[in-house]
Design a binder for this molecule. Structure first.
Ligand code: ATP
Ligand code: MG
Length: 254
């Protein structure tokens, strides 16, 4: 579904400084695979996500999405950011339908789809509410709906639950697992939480400090659907410890 071959990114600042953000990233994500990415702040995670999304040009290497090179923004991708970024003058349903308006898709068909998705994320009855009337978790549910409404094959998520309290975050993890299983999407999730990464993913990719490289990959074999209890399993603790050890060994953590 996603292939990165020897991808690197060097930013040039206005002062002419060159910042090597990513170095030699090689990654292949399968159809319907759930991949989590963890790494220290500033290691290039968002940069990698933007390269895959086609919203930022790469400096070297090759990125393929469903077999075709990424040369610019694409319709077969949905993106969820750390903050919900809803439009305050649009209600929930209208916010969810934003990609449909932007891409000029059939309103009637996609309104039905948006309603189904809102039901899936637990927002039935809130269609006519405005963002200011929603909690942070509810706003983020709307942004997930917006990312899925045009039925993209790939969902890219950049720290989607970072701004939520711990309990809401756990609920969102359970919901995301269910959405992923139901909707049959390929998910690429960036997170600062090692346990969130392990809980959700089929595979966790660990990145080094800048310039970001892939340090290690861990297959996560827990049966699905997973309940939060899995976090108490010895194997879960072992994986979290090992991933943290990798980050520490490479100077990413304390
Ligand atoms: N537009 C830009 N111009 C110059 N440098 C940039 C630009 N965007 C990002 N960088 C630099 O590239 C590096 C990687 O940034 P990026 O946002 O990808 O990191 P990140 O891993 O997502 O960090 P965080 O976990 O804090 O979100 C950082 O050192 C950052 O300062
Ligand atoms: Mg980031």
């Amino acid at each position: 579904m996603i292939i990165c071959r020897s991808v690197s990114k060097v930013y040039e600042t206005i002062e002419g400084e060159r910042i090597h953000a990513l170095a030699d990233i090689n990654l292949a994500v399968q159809d319907r695979e759930f991949v989590s990415v963890v790494g220290p702040s500033g290691c290039g995670k968002t940069t990698l996500l933007r390269l895959i999304a086609g919203t930022l040009p790469k400096s070297a290497g090759e990125i393929l999405l469903r077999g075709s090179p990424v040369t610019g923004p694409r319709r077969d991708i949905g993106i969820v950011f750390q903050t919900a970024t809803l439009l305050p003058w649009r209600n929930v349903l209208q916010n969810a339908l934003l990609p449909v308006d932007v891409q000029g898709l059939d309103k009637k068909t996609y309104t039905e789809r948006a309603r189904d998705l809102l039901q899936m994320v637990g927002l039935t009855g809130f269609e006519r509410k405005y963002p200011f009337e929603l909690s942070g978790g509810m706003q983020q549910r709307v942004s997930i709906t917006r990312a899925l409404v045009h039925n993209p094959a790939v969902l890219l998520m950049d720290e989607p639950f970072g701004a939520l309290d711990a309990l809401t975050r756990e609920q969102m993890n359970l919901d995301l697992q269910r959405i992923w299983a139901t909707a049959g999407k390929t998910v690429f999730l960036i997170t600062h939480s090692i346990s969130e990464a392990v809980f959700l993913a089929d595979r966790v990719v660990v990145m080094s400090a800048r310039p970001g490289r892939i340090l290690a990959e861990f297959q996560i074999g827990f049966e699905r659907p997973r309940s939060l209890d899995v976090m108490g399993a010895p194997e879960f603790g072992r994986l979290v410890t090992e991933i943290r050890r990798h980050l520490t060994a490479h100077g990413a953590l304390g």
